[in-house]
Design a protein around this ligand. Structure first.
Ligand SMILES: *Cc1c(COP(=O)(O)O)cnc(C)c1O
Length: 337
């Protein structure tokens, strides 16, 4: 039982089957029918003109930032944004693009007045503000649809583009019980990770208009992301987007029941208001030695990352009985203190 992330999900039997049978070609020549199908189908499905299959979510975000911004431009984002905090500064390293982070509100949104104040005037002292990048879900929290509409108005008013790091955007759509297009419609570009809760082994998608995706395709080649018989992976990606969405509902229910159970254990405190999808953050009392806890759990084949707050991620390879087992072990650990 691996609670560290939904990236640990193994491909489904159906994925392995379609991977074995996938018709492939050299995708750098544009010759892989399975990649072409995934790109064309997913563009249409999400309401964009075009799509690009990438090696990872990090690569998809990097290509998006570099396709929207030139050297000396900047993008607005959250302090907690994955493409600011957790992608090794790629946009700055490889694109000479400056991030302008804004503190995230507790619900994950970015204050539009603060964003407005951060937009630079056209003046030779300043970087050129080109883009607002949002993330949904962010730390498991869902951005409200009304906020997305306001963010769209904000970028239109300021002549910026709007990007969504949608690594877990399907978790947001499932939680809101809306079609994915309800979210996607507000954005000029969007990424989707196929390899998290959706359980494909490898791969993400970048979506946008024809011109943007053509630019991103060239950039993908620059960073060594041109893959050859990638249809083997794309085949699993299509299953992720067709067969695995339903599973997310169960993951969300499991996260909720874990959150409530944790609140019944001494030393664990979860703000259940923010357990909206498949991620649970628990504040842990200093009386609990997290390294020791992680080692104890490991002996029972339960894997967690010892950090405070302690993050638990639910996914298809964790079922409800696994949640019960974890809770029982945690109770035993804390009562023994
Ligand atoms: C995981 C994640 C990414 C990066 O995806 P990788 O495929 O791990 O590179 C980007 N953004 C968010 C919000 C993520 O959770």
């Amino acid at each position: 039982m691996d609670f560290r992330s939904d990236t640990v999900t193994k491909p489904t039997d159906l994925m392995r089957q379609v991977m074995a049978e996938a018709i492939v070609g050299d995708d750098v020549y544009g010759d892989d029918p399975t990649v072409n199908d995934l790109e064309q189908w997913s563009a249409k499905r999400h309401g964009f003109e075009a799509a690009l299959f990438t090696t990872s979510g990090t690569q998809a975000n990097l290509l998006a930032l570099m396709a929207h911004c030139e050297r000396g431009d900047e993008y607005l984002c959250g302090q907690q944004a994955h493409n600011y905090k957790y992608e090794a500064g790629g946009a700055a390293v490889l694109g000479s693009i400056q991030p302008q982070p804004i503190e995230n509100n507790p619900d994950g949104t970015l204050d539009l007045a603060k964003l407005q104040a951060a937009v630079k005037p056209d003046d030779s002292h300043f970087a050129r503000t080109k883009l607002l990048s949002l993330e949904n879900t962010i730390n498991g929290k869902v951005l409200p649809l009304s906020y997305l509409a306001q963010a769209r108005q904000f970028v239109d008013k300021n002549g910026l583009a709007l990007h969504l790091d949608g690594a877990r955007v399907y978790n947001a759509a499932v939680a809101l019980e809306v079609d994915i297009k309800e979210i996607a419609q507000h954005f000029d570009s969007m990424t989707i990770c196929l390899s998290k809760g959706l359980s494909a082994p490898i791969g993400s998608l970048l979506l946008g208009n024809h011109e943007f995706i053509a630019k991103a395709r060239r950039l993908r080649k620059i960073v060594g992301g041109g893959m050859r018989q990638a249809g083997i992976l794309a085949a699993a990606g299509k299953i992720a987007l067709t067969e695995q969405i339903e599973q997310l509902k169960q993951d969300h229910q499991n996260a909720k029941s874990l959150a409530y159970a944790l609140n019944d254990i001494d030393g664990f405190d979860v703000n259940t208001k923010y357990v909206q999808t498949n991620i649970v953050f628990a504040k842990v009392s200093p009386s609990i030695d997290l390294e020791h806890l992680a080692n104890q759990l490991k002996a029972d084949n339960i894997i967690i990352s010892p950090s405070n707050p302690l993050r638990f991620v639910t996914h298809k390879d964790i079922d409800h009985s696994d949640i019960e087992t974890l809770v029982t072990k945690l109770k035993a650990f804390t009562t023994a203190l």
